[in-house]
Ligand binder design. Sequence first.
Ligand code: F3S
Length: 394
Amino acid sequence: MYLTKEEEKILDGEMGEVQERMFRLLVRLGDIYGADKMIPVGSVQVAGVSYKSIGDPGTEFLEDMSSKNTKVKVLTYLNPAGMDLENWRKLGFPKNFAKNQLRIINAFKKMGIVITSTCTPYLAGNLPRFREHIAWSESSAVSFSNSVIGARTNREGGPSALAAAICGRTANYGLHLWENRQPNVRIKVNTDLVYNSDFGALGFLVGKTVKNKIPYFTGINNGDTDQLKSLGAAMAASGAVALYHIEGLTPEADLINKKDLETIEIGKKELNDTYENLNSNEKPDIVIFGCPHASLREISSICEKIKGKKLKIPIWICTSRLMKEAADRMEYTDVIEKAGGHIVSDTCMVVSPIENMGYNVTGVNSGKAANYLPGFCKQKVVFANIDKLVEEAI
Ligand code: F3S
């Protein structure tokens, strides 16, 4: 791989031991995947933030890095942590878990990483532009930035994202290259998609079917950014789809080569079967929205539906701290809390320890959460649209 003079100096250890170690990791990845050079990145999003995911070894590694005065070179955001960083006591997060989670957050903060723990950085002040090279980790954020924004990122692991943040670069391979962004399967959708959960169900089914291919969708006539984030999140979870295109909706759809693609058709029956397969048909003991993290539009629509009602079981809405603050100002938080629900920031149903907080059956409208909750959180899942879930809760 071609390296500039400055990059050679980093590799020779002239910029310190941490930079050398991190840069070596990036060069090794570049060599494995046949990169020709390093490229600067506009921003980074680091995963591996919850104490539930990284445990003591990860915490000690981060504390060691931060104690060596390591600083990131570009705008760097964090994936959700394992708890609401401010209201964890009120929400019942275990004290010992909180203590360890705060150690992790402090280590990141010392390195200059912005403590906006969210999987929707693009809604919280980290918005890349079309064709900008970035190094993001969280699979739904990777999918959204590649597909809906047209930025370019591979799905980074926690360490490689951290290395990109510290070095301000990544290796030029995979989805950074135009030739690798071409679709290899056509998905013809023959049914209307109304709810965000319809997009989640479609994403779950397509991800499971196409694995790590790049789908090109036709027949999706409309979809707002919330629905596209649901679609991408589910495809990344049940498969490993990091980029998709939709005719007429996503920015690269007119530019790619669509010739000679195998076509898979999906209609109402397949969508209904997916709802059925993801559903345990039990009664939920909590309903959690916000996978990926809820936008203000989603918070306001839940707020409208439960205004003046009393919930029988709690509703959580997971979101970024920034959205929560906007919801506070709009008095949505107040309405939701009066009904018996909570807006939970900085974390989500999958990376928080809900299995230790007395919950066994969780209602969700997210294909991604429905995919992960049984394995990660020992939950039975009720997968349904927002109206059905709100009805269950009141
Ligand atoms: Fe985000 Fe957690 Fe879902 S990280 S995409 S809310 S599983």
